[in-house]
Design a protein around this ligand. Structure first.
Ligand SMILES: *Cc1c(COP(=O)(O)O)cnc(C)c1O
Length: 473
């Protein structure tokens, strides 16, 4: 591709992306293709001869695009959001253009220093304690793995020798913790049987007394409690584990306390939501994902630690070929996580935070929370619906309940859920709360306005009408 062709096509693609973002709400949220349909349209062998960009782009529109799920759709109420934004997209373009590999300071000083600065901006934006230092990881799964590895090293006095240990290490998390905790416990070598799931209360938050009982029982058995993972904003229901009492227990027993706030951490930008952080000074590490609810393109996970030395001691390496004269005075982020090679992710955060300002991001988060609250009030006013969990953030958990037995209710709500998604205009996912089939509606798309939540409510009400008859308030 010549520079002139690149320029011409580049402008065309920016036009395409711009138009896509404006029109994304016109597409069905989810693709209706069946498994295998896309593969069938793709040649099994790589092209031997060069192909033109015109052909490639035509296939992108014809073959690939219909198979996309539109995460930026204003009717996206599923999972958690992964919202992007124009400034973040432009920064990704620059990152791709620079093509830098930012493993150490020397391999791009600006990437290292910008990362240090924007991580501290994020720390201030969330009102995390002074002294916490941040690093950008790819995902919360990786951040939690980094925390578990650091906790493991600390518990074994940095001997990296869990095999030789007579006292196996234990990890604790609530029954509502994200599946990445179990995955990371397996990867970090603790073994799945070392993970203790602590029961939760009626609001799905970890019960601190039961955590301490489990810790004491393990100690009596000669085991070593190494790490507790608390969650702010669980995936199923948005529950908030109480950091203050959990932190006290961890301090008493000298256990690493990691906080998974992947989705809800962004809410701590709002002073009125900072109660979720009460006790955070007792925390050892904390992760939240700007790539979820903070307008930053996937991937971008912000990981903070109190004891930077423990983190670095866990991951540092000193091969001759990576030594530089400035290693003592700069951050070499290869030693702050698993990867050696690193993308320049700080640039998109810098673009986003500067373009919106802290106030602009706060306004968006506040709007999403208010819209979720409104939706919850509509449900509350219609006796056919039952709300199944508190709404601390922008996630509402609900189901139809006409008094039939639990098994029949689960079946009813499964059908109800299918009907809602069949509209193609909105997309909701589900979970199970205490055995109950639960629909989840999360407001978090950058483009979701009140009219979209109203439209969702219309679709949901009509599905309820079809199954149960008209609403009684
Ligand atoms: C989304 C989520 C995760 C996983 O995040 P990734 O960045 O995709 O690894 C983990 N924990 C919680 C609470 C989440 O909401």
């Amino acid at each position: 591709m010549t520079p002139d062709e690149f320029k011409k096509l580049g402008y065309q693609l920016v036009d395409w992306v711009s138009e896509y973002l404006t029109k994304v709400g016109d597409y069905p949220v989810c693709s209706s293709l069946q498994p295998g349909e896309i593969k069938e349209k793709l040649p099994a062998q790589p092209p031997i001869k060069a192909e033109s960009m015109a052909d490639i782009f035509q296939d992108f529109e014809k073959v690939i695009f219909p198979g996309m799920t539109h995460w930026q759709h204003p009717g996206w109420f599923a999972y958690f959001p992964a919202n992007n934004s124009p400034p973040s997209i432009l920064a990704e373009l620059l990152t791709a253009g620079l093509g830098a590999q930012c493993m150490i300071w020397k391999t791009s000083p600006a990437a290292a220093e910008l990362e240090e600065v924007v991580c501290d901006w994020l720390r201030q934006m969330l009102a995390l304690p002074k002294g916490f230092v941040g690093v950008i990881q790819d995902t919360a799964s990786t951040s939690t793995l980094v925390a578990l590895l650091t906790a493991r090293e600390k518990a074994t006095a940095f001997q990296s020798n869990i095999r030789g240990m007579k006292e196996p290490l234990c990890v604790y998390a609530s029954q509502e913790a994200h599946s990445s905790v179990e995955k990371d416990v397996k990867i970090a070598g603790y073994g799945k049987e070392s993970l203790r799931y602590i029961p939760t209360d009626e609001n799905y938050a970890l019960i601190p007394e039961l955590l301490e009982q489990a810790i004491e029982q393990d100690k009596k058995q000669g085991l070593t409690p190494a790490c507790v993972v608390a969650t702010l904003g669980t995936t199923s229901s948005g529950a908030v584990d109480p950091l203050e009492p959990i932190g006290k227990i961890c301090q008493r027993h000298k256990i690493w306390l990691h906080v998974d706030a992947a989705y809800a951490g962004t809410a701590a930008l709002l002073p009125e939501k900072r109660w979720i952080l009460e006790g955070v000074e007792k925390v050892d590490s904390f992760v939240f994902n700007p790539h979820k609810w903070m307008l930053t393109n996937f991937d971008c996970s912000a990981y903070f630690v109190k004891d930077k030395e423990a983190l670095i001691k866990t991951f540092e390496i000193h091969p001759e070929y990576l030594k530089t004269g400035v290693d003592a005075v700069v951050n070499n982020y290869r030693d702050w996580g698993i990867q050696l090679g690193r993308r320049f992710r700080a640039l998109k955060l810098w673009f986003v935070i500067r373009t919106y300002g802290v106030e602009g991001i706060q306004a968006l988060i506040r709007k999403h929370i208010a819209l979720a609250q409104k939706f919850r009030e509509w449900l509350e006013a219609d006796s056919r619906f039952e709300i199944l969990a508190p709404t601390h953030f922008s996630l509402v958990c609900f189901r139809l309940n006409d008094g039939r037995n639990e098994a029949a209710l689960n079946e009813l709500n499964r059908i109800f859920h299918d009907r809602i998604n069949q509209s193609g205009q909105i997309f909701l996912t589900h979970t199970s709360l205490k055995g109950k089939y639960t629909l989840r509606l999360v407001v978090g798309s950058r483009t979701t306005e009140e009219k979209h939540v109203q439209q969702a409510w219309e679709i949901i009400r009509q599905a309820a009408d079809a199954l149960l008859g008209g609403g009684k308030s």
